[in-house]
Design a protein around this ligand. Structure first.
Ligand code: PEP
Ligand code: MG
Length: 563
């Protein structure tokens, strides 16, 4: 039995189950010497590996069209012949030949004019990886179809990894990398799965099928617990379930402070299922619909029609207003069908609104779909990662063009649709007064705002102790945003993870925040806290906090208040 304690908790909850250690990696070909006499044997290995690859892909293709293309790459006669030719001509083992042939094809595809064909290079690379893995007799990690309930242990899980994961069978997540605002963490919170991220060394400590008991709220992981510890965790699990029932009662409350200030509590969502889930949690609406998940789960850029269907359903299902954030891809969020250039600093690179303003057709398809859906419910449009007035104006010009094109076609939409922006860059904080005159609302994205203000990568475990939204610079920025919004009659919400952090609730309330949008699993706790707090007291706390020079002083103050 081994016990690990980690400081930062992520998505709380208790899980007991078998570990599934996920090795998402690129396999390098192993070289071994062969002679002419071994050629036949290498060819046989190749045919066997291709049959196995084909069988694996056939299963995956049942649920995703992406794999149909992979199947063609396995059966492709030219590719097969190239591999066999390399084995015979160069007298090299099959792994080397596969690698050479597939890499040559990949380079060829990546140099093509046509964007679609260029992107197939990534698929060839994927198929190469599969064949080499099979030749090395390693098991495939298939997360889309899990046979048993497992606790997934991985180095890191990108949004693309979790997008295809069979979440019904996942009891918990543990990752070696990532911070509390990493997307695996956000996703885990929204569906109520315990998760611990940034657990250094976990990949070395756990092997497949180890039993794990975890208390994510306290940051404890027990590997192969003894019977007494297991019993202790079973009890904790029962208690946790009871506490969830209590929380569900709190979710029914209206968030009104003891002295009558009414606060709106929204949920964050990434797809229609999240909206169904949010409705069960009695939220006032969706404060952040991360539209990029729709793009990530698709096999190409979703068309206007495809998006319209989803936004319309989302608007109709949503109990209140829904704020749809336009495509926020890049950073750690990739698209399986679009090749992003390798960037030194992806979070400072080509992402979010920058992509939309460059790929105008993609942006227009999204804006028109949102506009058309606005005839069916209360939708607001929100731009991510704005840094300049020019960007906002450019986005609004494209939006006006879309409106005009729809009017010409006689399509209905909400002519008064509200347009707002995320405040998540230092530039937008410094220009907040100017922005306030141009938008209908702000939403503070503390996940990015914290990383950009402090120059601390939100996903880097090594510096995660420095990533702290209680830093006085972040708190002062939040205050500045709220004040500017209020003096310009602009509503201001927060949709970063800080909005769902119980230790921050009273402070945010006192700073004047109007709307909190969070993973729906957090809403019960936050509503209960708001109902038990007086706004006047919260303002006093905010006042004191704003005089603090150090993060530690602020943390101490808010901790004392939450006792
Ligand atoms: C944020 O940055 O706070 C935010 C909500 O956006 P995301 O986490 O999707 O980057
Ligand atoms: Mg962000």
């Amino acid at each position: 039995m081994e016990k690990i304690h980690i400081k930062k908790t992520s998505s709380d909850g208790i899980a007991i189950g078998q570990a599934m250690v996920v090795q998402i990696q690129e396999y390098s070909p192993e070289k071994y010497p062969i002679t002419k006499d071994d050629i036949k044997q290498e060819e046989t290995k190749f045919y066997e590996a291709m049959d196995k690859a084909q069988a694996e892909i056939a299963i995956l293709a049942e649920n995703s069209d992406i794999f149909e293309g992979h199947s063609m790459m396995v059966t492709d006669v030219m590719l097969r012949d190239t591999v066999l030719q390399i084995i015979q001509d160069e007298i090299v083992n099959v792994q080397i030949a596969v690698n050479k042939a597939y890499m040559e094809y990949m380079v060829m595809f990546e140099a093509m004019e046509d964007e679609y064909l260029r992107e197939r290079g990534a698929d060839i690379k994927d198929v190469r990886n599969r064949i080499i893995r099979i030749l090395q007799k390693r098991e495939e990690v298939n997360l889309s179809n899990l046979a048993n309930e497992v606790i997934v242990v991985a180095k890191d899980l990108s949004p693309s990894d979790t997008a295809t994961m069979d979440l019904d069978h996942v009891l918990g997540f543990i990752t070696e990398e990532g911070g509390v605002t990493s997307h695996v963490c956000i996703m885990a919170k929204s569906i109520g799965i315990p998760a611990l991220v940034g657990v250094s060394g976990i990949m070395k400590q756990v092997v497949n099928k180890d039993t794990i008991a975890m208390d994510a709220g306290k940051g404890i992981i027990v590997i192969n617990p003894d019977e007494a510890t297991l019993e202790e965790y079973r009890n904790l699990e029962r208690l946790y379930k009871l506490s969830r029932i209590e929380l569900e009662k709190s979710e029914k409350l209206e968030a009104i402070t003891l002295d009558g200030r009414e606060i709106k509590i929204f949920g964050n969502a990434g797809n229609i299922e999240d909206i169904d889930n949010a409705n069960k949690h009695n939220v006032s609406g969706i404060g952040l619909f991360r539209s990029e998940f729709l793009y990530m789960e698709n096999k190409n850029f979703p068309t206007e029609e495809e998006q319209f269907d989803i936004y319309k359903e989302a608007a109709q299902k949503c109990t209140g207003e829904i704020t749809i954030r336009t495509l926020d891809i890049g950073g750690d969020k990739e698209l399986p069908y679009y090749r992003f250039d390798q960037e030194e600093n992806p979070y400072l690179g080509w992402r979010a609104i920058r992509i939309s303003l460059d790929l105008v057709d993609v942006f227009k398809a999204q804006l028109k779909a949102i506009l058309r859906a606005s005839a069916f419910g209360h939708i607001r449009i929100m731009y991510p990662m704005i840094i300049s007035i020019e960007e906002l104006e450019q986005a609004n010009t494209i939006l006006s063009e879309c409106k005009e094109e729809l009017r010409e076609k006689g399509c209905k939409f909400d002519e008064e649709i509200e347009v707002g922006m995320m405040i998540e860059t230092p530039a937008s904080v410094l220009l907040v007064e100017e922005f306030a005159q141009l938008v209908d609302f702000f939403s503070i994205g503390t996940n990015d705002l914290t990383q950009y203000l402090l120059a601390v990568d939100r996903g880097n475990n090594k510096i995660s102790h420095m990533y702290n939204s209680f830093h006085p610079a972040v708190i002062k920025a939040i205050k500045k945003i709220i004040d500017a919004a209020h003096s310009n009659q602009v509503s201001v919400g927060m949709c970063g993870e800080f909005a769902g952090d119980e230790t921050a609730t009273k402070l945010l309330l006192g700073l004047g925040l109007d709307e909190f949008s969070m993973s729906v699993g957090q809403t019960g706790k936050i509503k209960k806290l708001i109902c038990n707090t007086s706004y006047q007291d919260a303002e006093k706390l905010a006042h004191k906090v704003l005089t603090c020079k150090k993060t530690s002083e602020i943390e101490l103050l808010v901790l004392e208040e939450s006792r």
